[in-house]
Design a protein around this ligand. Sequence first.
Ligand SMILES: Nc1nc2c(c(=O)[nH]1)N[C@H]1C(S)=C(S)[C@@H](COP(=O)(O)O)O[C@H]1N2
Ligand SMILES: [Mo]
Length: 511
Amino acid sequence: MLGTLALVAGLAIAELVAGSIAGVPTPVVAVGQTVIDVVPPALKDWAIATFGTANKVVLVTVTLSLLAALGAVTGIWALAGRRRAALTMVAAVGGVGLLSVATRPGWSPVDLLPTALAVVVAGAVLVAVPRVVVTRSSDREPGAGSADGEVTPAEPMGIDRRRFLGSGALLGVGSVAGGGLGRLLQRRFEVEGERAALQLPPVGDRLVRPDDVELGIDGLTPFETPATDFFRIDTALVVPQVSTDEWRLRIHGMVDREIEIGFDDLLRRPQSERDVTIACVSNEVGGGLIGNARWQGVLLADLLREAGVDPAAEQLVSRSIDGWTCGTPVATVLDGRDAMLAFGMNGAPLPDRHGYPVRMIVPGLFGYVSATKWVTDIELTTWDAYDAYWIVRGWAEQAPVKTMTRIDRPRNRSNWPAGPLDIGGVAWAVHRGISAVEVRIDDGPWQRCDLAGVPSDDTWRQWHLRWDATPGEHVIEARAVDGAGVPQPSEPRPPAPDGAQGYHRAVITVT
Ligand SMILES: Nc1nc2c(c(=O)[nH]1)N[C@H]1C(S)=C(S)[C@@H](COP(=O)(O)O)O[C@H]1N2
Ligand SMILES: [Mo]
């Protein structure tokens, strides 16, 4: 109980400090973020596979439970007079917190403040509360009356329950109030308000989207994924809140002229708009870690040309404000495709979860080698000079999006009446385009599907086949051919190290 009080008081003061100084991390976030970055890749892959996008909630819950358990033990020690043991525990746990803060990329000493104060407050509670509530035989004469006239039995050491409840209530209420106030104050640092007020400049280089991107069949994935449904993958435990006022991008390394620009500079440059499908390398066959959006931004190649890229530069390393890194082939960025610094998504400013204020988009490459959110630094370098975040963790250096088809209807394990049945989904081979989709039922012949229109080779493509369903259980399989005529690989492979492959299938029952 005392341990919980100390813990809650410590965490509350940390929230209060985090609400007073912009950008400083609370201890739980700092430790959680460090866990994310240091856990072995296998454990992390397991956590993502088991808990999906809830893995971050699980991580915070586990961290808090662990703290609560350690706190309970510490509180018992403190009440039993083992002050030194209790304070050693606080120092040890606090040390882990401080170390976590001080190993974050780009940390500054002020970042230590919430955790340091949490340690001090927790320690003070563990020392002070026993002083007030623990009664020793010397404190009271045996049989002496307490304040309300009750007779307390003689005891060598005991706890004054009333005082304990009193100080506990005081501390508890104080902590909840302080922590709550801290949380409220932290909202000041959220960018949603400025984002809502931001006006995107008009686009000169407009996107031309054909009328037939939608086949108009029920249950097909829409061509444009609404931002609210768009998958989110990143290593950030809390979504970075980056104001356009503070945002700067530096382009440096193997360039003739270093460039540094602010957000307003970006808005003043020629604006482009493109539909681009982005996908995560962790997407399983048939999975949902893929989305298609209309991005507005400036073309990255233009900026790089201004900087003057050294012909010997091979790797473009982009870095986000929270220290995440990404390595993209320079040759890919400069081969004429529409690599962008994007700040608009589907006609609105980028949501914070998707990289507000600015992210990278490179059509045709998996997200971890191209799609840096909250990007603030671009360095031109070589492959030998640097290994980015996921490369160190065993994922492939080169990761073009693989040709893939997903069956969106009928759903796996669904039941249908015999008769005409619409089979459909999306297929993608980002930047190579889709030239054909074929469907096969029960090892029958591959049948050509109808294809929707697309604005470019950089998006997924809806497809559809009407089939006269006959009673029984059926296996539906789909595959695609890319724009260069290369068929989708049939051999199944898991996501690691460079993307899943194989045919998606749906098993249905027709009656
Ligand atoms: N700063 C930052 N950017 C990042 C990541 C990250 O962890 N941190 N993850 C990348 C990965 S692995 C993917 S798949 C895409 C996902 O983009 P989305 O969350 O907007 O869908 O973001 C990329 N950009
Ligand atoms: Mo990803």
